[in-house]
Design a protein around this ligand. Structure first.
Ligand code: MLT
Length: 410
């Protein structure tokens, strides 16, 4: 008899965003004319930068000529793109990251899940609570957890992040082997200072742990003091893998391009006690299970680093950050306490007294026709909070905020 991977049965019924989509559909089936505004899933709305589109068009033409046609590319990505990434995103900020240590992929979500392929099943894993659900669910699928008990999976170490600790997780007292950190944070929009990140790196070095650092929202950092990469901290090359993405930076959610940095100096233990380079394992994994990102898309990503591309990307980020500012201002005026949204495209709001996250979700959906994301969907400690995404048109953000202000006016 064929069997399944039983770990899937431990997963909560639905991934958060499909569950939200299900509820919205149920409402719109009943109310087909409701002018719904979606500020739930963090999906970009503004067009791809012109520099990227032009590069894609030129790349399509390349594909039309035998001399410039491209078949399979390197599984790790074309060197011309990896070199630009290494120079611009890392070396220019004083990080010693080489092109060879960059692995171009089709998404930070995919990579942050796939990375578990190269780690053992006996690691202790720490996640923040609330957390981007992918880190948790992929560990459940891989069999790294027990069953869910009281909103938490057995075997995971949850590090609460709440207003009381300024959304900065305490460094655990016990030893953990793998630690997921995401800054600027999804879902809270919080950031980590240099000193805070250095403390994590020092902890990881002292315990032989590996930090899985998700920097997908790095481009939204406006505060000059904040680190953009974990490799800006001393010792991180020996304890951290970093995930980056063009999705939120350059509007690539539908275009698909991202990259992961695995330093050649990073090792973990084999069963026989020897140290093994993680770079070699990830390279082996990618060469076996992945065929690279399309030439056309990599040319589009390369264009992000051109002068025009840089200008256009800055414009996009500034646009979404202005949306976040409007959200913060309007919610504050409506008497709702807000966090984040300054160096991040997410505003983390406290649901009005007495309302759970899902109560607030329903209230906004039914009375304001605005969709957000219930904080409890990101973890038990997210209960009572609500995430509002700044990814939408200015008009939609303004209209949504007017409706909320009207509904909750104090
Ligand atoms: C989110 O809304 O949290 C994002 O869409 C997550 C993602 O980029 O996968």
């Amino acid at each position: 008899m064929t069997t399944i991977n039983d770990n899937y049965l431990k997963l909560k019924a639905g991934y958060l965003f499909p569950e939200i989509a299900r509820r919205v559909k149920a409402y719109t089936d009943e109310n087909p004319d409701a002018p719904i505004i979606k500020l739930g899933i963090g999906d970009v709305t503004e067009p791809l930068p012109a520099a990227c589109r032009e590069a894609m068009v030129a790349a399509v033409e390349d594909m039309g000529q035998r001399q410039t046609f491209h078949g399979y590319g390197p599984e790790q990505g074309y060197l011309w793109l990896r070199e630009k990434i290494a120079q611009h995103d890392f070396q220019a900020r004083g990080c010693q990251v080489s092109a060879e240590e960059i692995f171009v992929s089709d998404g930070a979500k995919c990579d942050s899940g796939n990375i578990l392929d190269i780690f053992g099943r006996d690691n202790t894993i720490a996640v923040t609570d609330p957390v981007y659900p992918v880190y948790v669910d992929t560990n459940v699928m891989a069999g790294n957890t027990g069953a869910m008990d009281d909103g938490k999976y057995q075997g995971l170490v949850y590090l609460p992040i709440t207003a009381e600790n300024s959304f900065t997780a305490e460094i655990p007292e016990e030893k953990v082997d793998l630690i997921y950190l995401c800054f600027p944070n999804n879902p809270t929009g919080a950031t980590a200072s240099r000193a805070e990140l250095q403390a994590w790196v020092d902890y990881a070095r002292a315990h032989g742990s590996i930090i899985l650092f998700d920097a997908a929202y790095e481009a939204f950092i406006t505060d000059a003091e904040l680190p953009h990469s974990i490799y800006e901290l001393d010792g991180a090359r020996n304890c951290a893998i970093e995930f980056r993405s063009f999705s939120k930076t350059a509007g690539f959610t539908g275009t698909r391009c991202a990259f992961t940095v695995v330093p050649k100096t990073l090792t973990a233990k084999a069963a026989d006690g020897s140290d093994v380079e993680l770079w070699k394992l990830w390279n082996r994994r990618q060469s076996t299970k992945f065929n690279g990102v399309s030439y056309i898309v990599q040319r589009a990503a390369e264009a992000v680093y051109s002068e025009a591309g840089q200008q256009q990307v800055k414009g996009l980020i500034a646009f979404y950050l202005e949306n976040a500012k409007i959200i913060r201002q309007q919610l504050t005026a409506a008497g709702i306490q807000v966090y984040g949204g300054i160096n991040a495209p997410y505003v983390w709001a406290q649901a009005p007294a007495g309302l759970s996250s899902w109560d607030f979700f329903d209230k906004l959906l039914y009375h304001c026709n605005v969709v957000g994301t219930p904080g409890s969907g990101f973890g038990a400690a997210g209960e009572g909070y609500f995430r509002i995404s700044a990814f939408n048109s200015r008009e939609n953000v303004e209209t949504a905020m007017q409706r909320i202000a009207e509904q909750f006016k104090v």
